[in-house]
Each structure stands twice: as structure tokens, then as C-alpha cells.
Design a binder for this molecule. Structure first.
Ligand SMILES: N[C@@H](CCC[C@H](N)C(=O)O)C(=O)O
Length: 275
């Protein structure tokens, strides 16, 4: 099978984007892993599939982690998605509605090339983060080999555990992040964010992503971290998030309001690959 693809990135969180409207695509887990492999494939953190919507939305957006698992949401990918469908002539609209496994989100392409996305409201319900019975992102203990840690949990459609740390550059993102990602209390596994508060409107963030390991940035991770920071009374309603790959702006007015994310989306190259 020959596949046309586009390599994109949002703050260094990188994607292989495939047009599933103009080419027939059926990929199994192994094929996705191969495409995502940085040595034997194209290389990416996530593979994004553009499809026709089944409902009223403009498109359907499917997301696969580098390990081949399909997931509910991807924030940096949502910005790349709108850039992709626009640049490839699949729509003329600057604002589109896209179906994801966790509902409809609406990205908006700005005149300066940045993209703003209404990411929907954060979810604190126990169904989203199964072991948490309360509706707030308060702090919970989690048993890990060696020592318990405290986490706050929130879903942005996909599950996130957030740790507030004093020095994110020296946080054990790879080691502890991997243990929390596959902790038995998260049966669907979890993305793990390490948040350092630099001020009421500025945080530094690193994320160990479920199914991909540490990435240079995670859009839903940034939303989750800011929601947790606001909920814990540490942050104002609009926050600059510095990641290893660059900066995002996240805002949330609280309660049932949606979370807004603004940041860049960039095409790196296009190509064709034999699978
Ligand atoms: N990089 C993404 C999140 C991708 C999915 C995540 N790894 C998961 O498993 O939920 C983002 O920018 O949000």
C-alpha cells in the first residue's frame, strides 16, 4: 500500500497526518507503530487521520499514539488538523467543527497562522478518571514503589494526572512518569504532567504522554495543568505555558466553561511511503 502523508508539528509534538478522505486507509496497530518509528518509519508522537464526519461536524479526527493505540483527544494535533484541512483544500472555512472520540471540538485558524481551539470543558467525573469520586481536581495520594506521590487528576477528553513540582527541569519525568502512566489505578493508563508555577500567569510544563513517552509539548496536558493550577488556587484565568518545544496560551474561566488553547501548527514536509 502506498500512502501520501504530511509531517507536521505543534511545539515539537510531531505528527504524521493522513488524508483518509481521498485515499482508502486501513491500518493495524503494527503498521501505525512502523509509521511512527523514528528509525524504521517516518517518526512521530501521534498519527492523525482525517476522515469524513459521521454527524453534523465538518470532519472526523482520529488519533493514534506512537504505540498504535487509538485515543480520545490531542490538543497540538487539533491545531495541526485545521492547518492541514485548510492547506490541502479540504475546506475553505477558518473555523471547523471536528468529531473526536471524546466529542466535538472547534479549532479556529487565526490570520497570524496560530490556531485557537475550544477544547471543551474539563471533566472531573469519576467515569473519566475512574478512581476519583469527587468533582474537583484536588490532590490525591498515589502509591508508587518506594514512596507515595500526590497527583491531581482531570480529563480533557483524555486522562491526565498532574504533579505540581518546585523544579520541573529536574523532575523524574521519564522514570516516575512511566510508573504513573501504567499505574493500576488508571486502567486506561494516563498522561502525566509535571507543572512548575513561575507566577500566577506563567507555568513551565513537561508531560510524559501515555503511549508516546515524554514529548516536547502536550496540548491537552497544558489544558489539564492549567485547569488543575486554577482549581488549586495557584493560577489566574489566562496562563502562558512554557514547554520544551515552545509556548501555548491556555485560558479557563472555571466551572462549566470550556478551556481555550492558542498556539502554532506547522507543516514540516510531505511525502509518500510504501507500507
Ligand atoms: N500530544 C497530545 C496528546 C496525545 C494523546 C495522549 N498521548 C493520550 O494518550 O491521551 C496533545 O497535544 O494533547
Amino acid at each position: 500500500m502506498k500512502l501520501k502523508f504530511t509531517k507536521m508539528q505543534g511545539l515539537g509534538n510531531d505528527f504524521v497526518v493522513l488524508d483518509g478522505i481521498n485515499q482508502a486507509i486501513t491500518l493495524d496497530r503494527e503498521q501505525i507503530r512502523k509509521l511512527a518509528d523514528r528509525h524504521f518509519g517516518i517518526g512521530c508522537d501521534q498519527l492523525l487521520l482525517v476522515e469524513k464526519a459521521e454527524g453534523q461536524a465538518d470532519f472526523r479526527y482520529r488519533i493514534f499514539n506512537a504505540d498504535g493505540g487509538e485515543v480520545e483527544q490531542c490538543g497540538n494535533g487539533a491545531r495541526c488538523f485545521v492547518r492541514y484541512v485548510h492547506d490541502h483544500g479540504l475546506t475553505q472555512k477558518n473555523e471547523i467543527r471536528i468529531e473526536t472520540l471524546s466529542g466535538v471540538i472547534s479549532p479556529h485558524l487565526e490570520v497570524n497562522g496560530n490556531v485557537t481551539v475550544n477544547m471543551g470543558k474539563p471533566i472531573f467525573e469519576p467515569e473519566a478518571i475512574p478512581f476519583i469520586a469527587e468533582k474537583r481536581a484536588l490532590t490525591y495520594p498515589l502509591e508508587l514503589p518506594g514512596q507515595p506521590v500526590t497527583i491531581s487528576a482531570v480529563s480533557m477528553g483524555n486522562p491526565h494526572a498532574v504533579r505540581v513540582v518546585p523544579d520541573v527541569d529536574n523532575a523524574p519525568v521519564d522514570t516516575e512518569g512511566a510508573l504513573i502512566e501504567s499505574h493500576p489505578r488508571f486502567p486506561k493508563r494516563v498522561n502525566v504532567g509535571y507543572l512548575q508555577v513561575l507566577g500566577r500567569t506563567h507555568i513551565k510544563l513537561r508531560v510524559f504522554e501515555r503511549g508516546a513517552g515524554e514529548t516536547l509539548a502536550c496540548g491537552t496536558g497544558a489544558c489539564a495543568a492549567v485547569v488543575v493550577g486554577i482549581d488549586l488556587g495557584l493560577l489566574d484565568h489566562q496562563v502562558k505555558v512554557s514547554t520544551r518545544g515552545g509556548e501555548l496560551t491556555i485560558s479557563w474561566q472555571g466551572n462549566d466553561e470550556p478551556v481555550w488553547m492558542t498556539g502554532p501548527a506547522v507543516t514540516v514536509f510531505e511525502g509518500e511511503i510504501n507500507l
